[in-house]
Design a protein around this ligand. Structure first.
Ligand SMILES: Nc1ncnc2c1ncn2[C@@H]1O[C@H](COP(=O)(O)OP(=O)(O)O)[C@@H](O)[C@H]1O
Ligand SMILES: [Mg+2]
Length: 240
């Protein structure tokens, strides 16, 4: 299976402040990678770095075999990186439908799963269809998260970078979102990078896992290895 996204020797942060050191990852086409670790270890910074929102001091990032580390954010998005930020960043004074349509973007390359449309997003998240004329600030946290994912899909990504999409949501909404993510991976040919606080949920959803500790890689390998070894998993979350 070929790689869709790869990063090597990343050293990145905010201006002169270095947060990530020696970070590498590899995501096969249609793969799923969990990014785990305590609060403040650099998970959000890693996704932001892949997207181009941070200062990259060293290292390389490739997307479908092309170097992208020098490209601005909008070029990376157009190539096929979809970002669902931790803060969701819904437009509060636009309707649900407008939030989706402003994000629509033709893919730079045809996508295996076909192009996304309003109807296709609504089929994935029927709740959004019911709320289509509500404003962004009139919908629940779970609906906002569905909207944030739907908006990223409207950009026709090959990879979805999801930053704690389940955070603070009711169990029934978490279930709905997990089923939707599974569907995106299985039926829509998307590759997923899933940052999560709940290690177990993320490991069950993914084939590969990366655990960060203070901006460095503490574990990089199969998700099942950690699922089968709770002691090792717990040790990776202890401050070092
Ligand atoms: N905009 C920023 N400017 C400077 N430092 C930041 C900024 N955002 C995050 N950091 C620092 O980077 C480190 C990693 O943060 P973050 O990537 O948000 O961690 P996580 O997502 O794992 O909780 C923390 O020490 C945090 O204080
Ligand atoms: Mg974070």
């Amino acid at each position: 299976m070929s790689e869709v996204l790869a990063a090597r020797d990343l050293r990145a942060g905010y201006g002169d402040t270095v947060v990530l050191e020696d970070v590498a990852l590899s995501l096969p086409e249609r793969g799923a990678l969990a990014v785990l670790g305590r609060n403040g270890v650099g998970k959000t910074t890693l996704l932001a770095t892949l997207m181009g929102h941070t200062t990259l001091h060293a290292g390389s990032i490739s997307f479908e075999g092309h170097a992208i580390e020098a490209l601005p954010v909008h070029r990376r998005a157009r190539l096929g990186l979809g970002y669902v930020p931790q803060a969701r960043e819904i437009f509060p004074s636009l309707s649900v439908e407008e939030n989706l349509t402003v994000a629509a973007r033709r893919p730079a390359m045809p996508r295996a799963g076909g192009e996304w449309s309003l109807e296709r997003v609504y089929a994935l998240f029927p709740r959004l269809a019911e709320r289509r004329s509500h404003f962004g600030n009139q919908i629940s946290g779970g609906e906002q998260q569905m909207l944030a994912i739907g908006r990223a899909l409207m950009g026709n990504p090959a990879v979805l970078l999801l930053d704690e999409p389940l955070e603070g949501l009711a169990p029934i909404i978490v279930e709905a979102l997990l089923r939707a993510l599974e569907r995106l991976a299985a039926e829509d040919s998307l590759a997923l990078v899933l940052v999560e606080q709940s290690a177990r949920v993320a490991l069950e959803m993914t084939r590969d896992a990366l655990v960060l500790n203070r901006g460095r890689i503490a574990y990089s390998g199969a998700s099942t290895t950690l699922l089968r070894d709770p002691e090792r998993l717990a040790a990776l979350f202890v401050a070092q």
